[in-house]
Design a protein around this ligand. Structure first.
Ligand code: MG
Length: 279
């Protein structure tokens, strides 16, 4: 254990505006993928579509080459929770597919994930899993709006999941969100549940990726031989939702939401800060 405090990179309003451009492009990439996803398409084909769109906009994928990761997207199907590697697997009706991606615009990173059900769901529990994970994300984002310490985000996510899902869903222990900016992963950690650490003080200029990952049933998991794929071993499926969020003096901007977070925050009686690109 170290007493050294991790340095948190605080961004200027101008830097947050560039991060918003990065996040907005990523949101458009996710919209494109939502339209493209269908039975029969391979996860490698989705990956190519995302890389092409990011590069067409003069940006770069940030997952590709990250500690050797071989693709633009992590695509995690059914019992794969996170970090699935795109391949020639064709998606089937009812598959639960988490797509995580990010890009770099003028040196500034974005990172966001959404989970889709391909066509009609196989089980009602799959629909509940996907919806509750997205709602858990917004519970965490809403907590950040008034939090004094970063640890309040994880506490809010844990409380939401306990209340909404009881024992039916588990957190992926040991994984969580992170600071984001000039690199994709930077301090502080943003866990998805309560920990002993309250975390650093929330300050304007802080940019965080918040990303609950939930599994049906027990939260046991294994790392596959490829050293990336995290697979649930309790028989359940998994979902993963993520946004990159900026704390500003005027409030939050959800950088990777098309509307800056207006709709998601409205459910919590909150309004995002003015969009840095609207001025
Ligand atoms: Mg992330």
């Amino acid at each position: 254990m170290s007493l050294r405090r991790e340095r948190v990179e605080l961004k200027t309003p101008e830097q947050i505006a560039v991060m918003r451009r990065s996040g907005k492009l990523l949101s458009q990439v996710h919209d494109m993928l939502a339209d493209a996803i269908r039975p029969g398409i391979t996860t490698a084909a989705l990956d190519s579509l995302a890389e092409e769109m990011i590069r067409d906009h003069g940006a770069r994928p940030n997952f590709l080459g990250y500690h050797g990761f071989p693709a633009t997207l992590c695509i995690s199907v059914n019992d794969v929770v996170v970090h699935g590697i795109p391949d020639d697997t064709a998606l089937a009706e009812g598959d639960v597919v988490s797509i995580d991606g990010g890009c770099i615009v003028e040196g500034w990173h974005s990172d966001a994930a959404r989970t889709h059900i391909v066509g009609a769901p196989r089980r009602e529990a799959d629909t509940a899993l996907v919806q509750l994970t997205e709602q858990a994300l917004w519970a965490g984002i809403a907590a950040l709006a008034t939090a004094e310490r970063v640890g309040e985000v994880g506490a809010a996510i844990e409380d939401f999941v306990t209340e909404a899902a009881g024992e039916t869903l588990s957190h992926l222990e040991g994984f969580g969100g992170h600071g984001i900016g000039t690199v994709m992963h930077q301090p502080p950690d943003v866990m998805n549940y309560r920990t002993r650490s309250r975390g650093p003080r929330v300050k304007p200029g802080m940019c965080l990726a918040i990303e609950p990952m939930l599994i049906q049933g027990p939260g046991d998991w294994d790392l596959e031989d490829d050293d990336w794929t995290v697979r649930a071993t309790g028989g359940g499926r998994a979902a993963h939702w993520e946004h990159s969020v900026a704390v500003t003096a005027q409030g939050l901007v959800v950088l990777t939401a098309a509307d800056g977070g207006a709709e998601g925050l409205a459910h919590h009686g909150l309004t995002p800060a003015p969009d840095p690109l609207a001025a």
